[in-house]
Design a protein around this ligand. Sequence first.
Ligand SMILES: [Zn+2]
Length: 90
Amino acid sequence: MKKVSYTTTGSVRGCCGHKHRTIASAVKCVHEDSVGCARQGGYSDRYVIRHDGSELSAEEHDQVDSINGFTDFTQEIESMINCRKNPRFY
Ligand SMILES: [Zn+2]
């Protein structure tokens, strides 16, 4: 099975620049960005996508939904990526 990594992006906030090993980690990243933006009176439009830029499968969307609401997950960033390599991020 091909290993899938995840990242987060949004048209306003852009890419987080992380390569997340798990969906849970990416969801948490979106959550933390939302919190950070809310503190400044804004909001984050980031959402989880696959690291290769492709859309999540229905199954992965279900995972995101089930993870949302959880706050007890560990941040698992595999490595930093260069957002500019993928024009989808901008
Ligand atoms: Zn991230």
